[in-house]
Design a protein around this ligand. Structure first.
Ligand code: S3P
Length: 166
C-alpha cells in the first residue's frame, strides 16, 4: 500500500506535531498535520469550526481531509487527537504504519495548558484529558502498529525511537 511513511495518533499533548516534524526531517520527506488540512479546507480556524458548525461537522471535514491525505501524501502525517473516533478513518488506517504516541494525562496537560486552540480542552485540562484518554485509548491501541510512550521523554528521544522502529 502506498501512502504516508508514518501516521501519528494520540491525545492532544502527546507530541504528534513536534515529533512528526522532526521525523519528517530525519526521513527527508514532507510533514502534514490533519488540523492544518481541516483549517485550510474550511477556511476557518478549529475553534471557529467547533463554535460555528459543531463537532460533528468538524469530524466529517477531518475524515474527508485524512482520506485525501492517505491517498496523496507519502511523507509523515499527524492526525488530530479525535480523528480515530470516525469509523471510516479507523478502517482506512488498517495495515498502515500507524504510530501511537502514548502519554499520561498529567504530562499531556502540562503541554497543552494555556493553549486556547483546542476547543475540547476547556476547564481543567488534566480532568478532560483523562476522560478523553479513557474513551480513546482502546481505539488508539487497536489501530497502532507501534506504540511509543512520550510522557517522560523529549521530542528528540521519541523521534529517534520511532525512526528506529518504523
Ligand atoms: C482534537 C484534537 C485537536 C484538534 C481538535 C480536536 C480532539 O488536535 O483536532 O481540537 O478531539 O482531541 P491535536 O490532537 O493536534 O491537539
Amino acid at each position: 500500500m502506498s501512502g504516508p511513511r508514518a501516521i501519528l495518533i494520540g491525545l492532544p499533548g502527546a507530541g504528534k506535531s513536534e515529533v512528526g516534524k522532526r521525523l519528517a526531517r530525519r526521513l527527508g520527506v514532507d510533514f502534514l498535520d490533519s488540523d492544518d488540512l481541516v483549517e485550510q479546507a474550511a477556511g476557518l480556524t478549529i475553534p471557529q469550526i467547533f463554535s460555528h458548525r459543531g463537532e460533528e461537522a468538524f469530524r466529517e471535514i477531518e475524515h474527508t481531509e485524512i482520506m485525501r491525505a492517505l491517498d496523496t501524501h507519502d511523507g509523515v502525517l499527524s492526525l488530530g487527537g479525535g480523528a480515530v473516533l470516525h469509523p471510516g478513518t479507523r478502517a482506512a488506517l488498517a495495515g498502515r504504519p500507524v504510530v501511537y504516541l502514548h502519554v499520561d494525562a498529567h504530562a499531556a496537560s502540562t503541554r497543552v495548558r494555556g493553549d486556547g486552540s483546542r476547543p475540547l480542552l476547556t476547564g481543567d485540562p488534566t480532568v478532560k484529558l483523562a476522560e478523553l484518554r479513557a474513551q480513546r485509548a482502546p481505539l488508539y491501541t487497536e489501530i497502532a502498529a507501534i506504540t511509543v510512550d512520550t510522557s517522560r521523554r523529549n521530542p528528540r528521544q521519541v523521534t529517534v525511537e520511532v525512526g528506529a522502529r518504523l
